[in-house]
Write a protein of this length. Structure first.
Length: 473
C-alpha cells in the first residue's frame, strides 16, 4: 500500500512539475499577450533531434502522392525495346515465378508505351509528351527510375510507402518527422493531408495512411477538407465568442491536468495540446483559406480559382502551408489506377495534376522556398509492361518517382529498369532508401531516430535503408 502511495506522489509531482515547466516555456513561445489570454496554454513539441544529426538541407517536405499507381512507362521511363515487342508474348524469363496482381495465370502480352517521350530542359531529361507544363521545370527534377516496393495491391502498398512496412498500425512518415523535429508552426498542425480526385479509377485512401501508430497521438496527421471549412467545427457556433471558447478550453484543460497528475497518461498531455492547437486554428485556418492576398496571376499559374478541391488548388494551399511552417504536407490525387484505356486515361489524369505541380515548383522557387523544401512525386507502385486489355496491371518490381528542391540535384536521372521496364536493374532504390534519404535531407540519421515499443526500438526504415548520395546536391 505504501508503494502505491509513493508511486502516486511521484506521478503527481512529475505531472505538476511538467505543467509548470510547460507554462514557462509557452510564455516564451507565444509571448506575454498570448499568455495573458490563458493560464493553461502548453508548449508545442520541438522534437528530439536537436541539434540535427547531420547538416539539414531541407526544412519541410511536400509529398505529391499519386494514388493508384502511375505507369512509369507512360510518364518517366521510355522503353523503346518494349515498343518493338508490342503485341508479342512477354518473355517468360522476366515473369516466370513472379507475383502479378490481376494478370496471374493469364496470357502475358507486351504493350508498347502509349505516348512518345521528348528531351526537356537544358539537361535533356526524357519526359512523356502527356505532360504539357512539367517540362518547364525539368531542370529542377531528379527522376529516379529504379524504385521497387514489396506490396502488389493498393492498400498494403500505400501502407508500405507511408510507414515503411505493409503491417498496419505503424507511424506514418509525417508522424516520424514531427516526433523527431517538431513543428515550426504554433497555429497549425505540423502534418497536414489533403486529397483530390479525377481522371481515372479512384482507389480509396484509408486514414491509417497518416496515423501516428504507436507514437503519441499528437503526431498524427490532420486531414484538411479541400472545400468549405478545412476542419469541421473550426468556426465558433453562433453566439459563442472567442472569450467564451477560451473559458471552456481553460476549464477542460484544468480537469485534464488534474487527471494527468494522478495517472501520468501521456495521451492526456496530447489531448491538452490538441485542445490548445484547435483553439489557435480557429484564427489561423480561416486566414490560410483566405486567398485575397494572392494575385490573379498566381491563381492563373496554378489553374485554380482558390480552395476549390482541385489538385491545383491544393498545391497552392501547400505553398501557403509551407510558408506557415508546416513540416510535412501530403497531397493525394486519386485517379491513377489504369487497368483499362490507359492511353486516354493517363492523359486525363495528368491534366488534373500537371499545371498545379509545375506551378508549385515555380512558386516555391520564386519565393525562395524551394531550396529548403523537398518535393516528392510518385505513387505506391508502377504498372506492368504487359497489357491488361488496353490497360496495365499493378507492378512493384520497377517504377519511377521524381524529387526536387531541398538538397536534390536537379536536371538529373538516377537508376533504370531493364529494357522492358519490368525490373529495377541499375542503382536500385528501395522504399527504405527513399525514407532514409528524406530524413537525411532534414538532418536526421535514420538509424538514430527510434521509438521504444513493446521491447523493441522501432524506426521508419526498420532494419534497412541507405541514403542515396548520388542524387544529393
Amino acid at each position: 500500500m505504501s508503494f502505491q502511495r509513493t508511486q502516486l506522489c511521484r506521478r503527481s509531482f512529475l505531472g505538476t512539475s511538467a505543467c509548470g515547466l510547460g507554462m514557462t516555456a509557452l510564455t516564451s513561445l507565444l509571448g506575454d499577450d498570448a499568455h495573458a489570454e490563458s493560464s493553461t496554454d502548453v508548449p508545442r513539441w520541438n522534437g528530439l533531434v536537436s541539434p540535427r544529426h547531420v547538416a539539414p538541407k531541407a526544412k519541410r517536405v511536400i509529398f505529391l502522392y499519386m494514388a493508384g499507381g502511375p505507369s512509369h512507362l507512360e510518364t518517366f521511363d521510355y522503353r523503346p525495346q518494349l515498343a518493338k515487342l508490342h503485341g508479342q508474348p512477354m518473355p517468360e524469363s522476366f515473369t516466370k515465378g513472379q507475383p502479378i496482381a490481376q494478370l496471374q495465370g493469364k496470357k502475358l502480352t507486351c504493350m508498347a508505351p502509349q505516348h512518345p517521350f521528348r528531351k526537356c530542359g537544358d539537361s535533356g531529361i526524357e519526359i512523356s509528351t502527356v505532360f504539357e507544363h512539367l517540362p518547364q521545370v525539368a531542370d529542377e527534377l531528379c527522376i529516379v527510375r529504379s524504385l521497387k516496393t514489396e506490396a502488389i495491391n493498393h492498400d498494403p502498398a500505400h501502407t508500405f510507402m507511408n510507414t515503411g512496412t505493409s503491417i498496419s498500425g505503424r507511424p506514418a512518415i509525417g508522424s516520424w518527422l514531427l516526433y523527431g523535429l517538431g513543428s515550426a508552426s504554433n497555429n497549425l498542425p505540423g502534418f497536414i493531408v489533403m486529397t483530390s480526385t479525377g481522371g481515372g479509377q479512384s482507389q480509396p485512401i484509408s486514414a491509417r495512411q497518416w496515423h501516428s501508430g504507436f507514437l503519441p497521438g499528437q503526431f498524427q496527421g490532420v486531414h484538411f477538407n479541400s472545400t468549405g471549412d478545412p476542419v469541421l467545427y473550426v468556426r465558433n457556433p453562433a453566439g459563442v465568442t472567442d472569450r467564451d471558447q477560451r473559458d471552456v478550453i481553460d476549464v477542460v484543460t484544468e480537469l485534464n491536468r488534474q487527471r494527468q497528475a494522478v495517472t501520468a497518461d501521456p495521451e492526456i498531455a496530447t489531448r491538452i495540446r490538441q485542445y490548445e492547437l484547435a483553439f489557435r486554428m480557429q484564427t489561423s485556418v480561416p486566414t490560410l483559406m483566405d486567398l485575397s492576398d494572392e494575385t490573379q496571376a498566381t491563381l492563373d499559374m496554378y489553374g485554380t480559382k482558390g480552395a476549390d478541391g482541385s489538385f491545383g488548388g491544393n498545391c497552392l494551399l501547400a505553398r501557403r502551408l509551407a510558408e506557415r511552417g508546416v513540416r510535412f504536407i501530403q497531397l493525394y490525387h486519386r485517379g491513377w489506377d489504369h487497368h483499362g484505356k490507359i492511353k486516354d486515361g493517363i492523359v486525363q489524369t495528368v491534366r488534373h495534376v500537371d499545371q498545379g505541380m509545375t506551378a508549385l515548383l515555380k512558386d516555391l522557387r520564386q519565393r525562395g522556398l524551394l531550396d529548403d523544401t523537398l518535393v516528392i512525386w510518385g505513387g505506391e507502385f508502377g504498372r506492368t509492361p504487359m497489357a491488361q486489355g488496353d490497360g496495365r496491371d499493378h507492378h512493384m518490381k520497377g517504377f519511377s518517382m521524381w524529387m526536387a528542391g531541398g538538397g536534390i540535384k536537379g536536371g538529373t536521372t538516377y537508376g533504370s529498369t531493364d529494357e522492358l521496364g519490368y525490373n529495377a536493374a541499375e542503382n536500385i532504390v528501395e522504399i527504405h532508401d527513399l525514407h532514409a534519404t528524406m530524413q537525411h535531407l532534414l538532418g536526421i540519421d535514420h538509424e538514430r531516430l527510434t521509438y521504444r515499443y513493446r521491447g523493441r526500438d522501432f524506426r521508419l526504415t526498420d532494419v534497412a535503408g541507405h541514403v542515396v548520395d548520388p542524387i544529393l546536391s
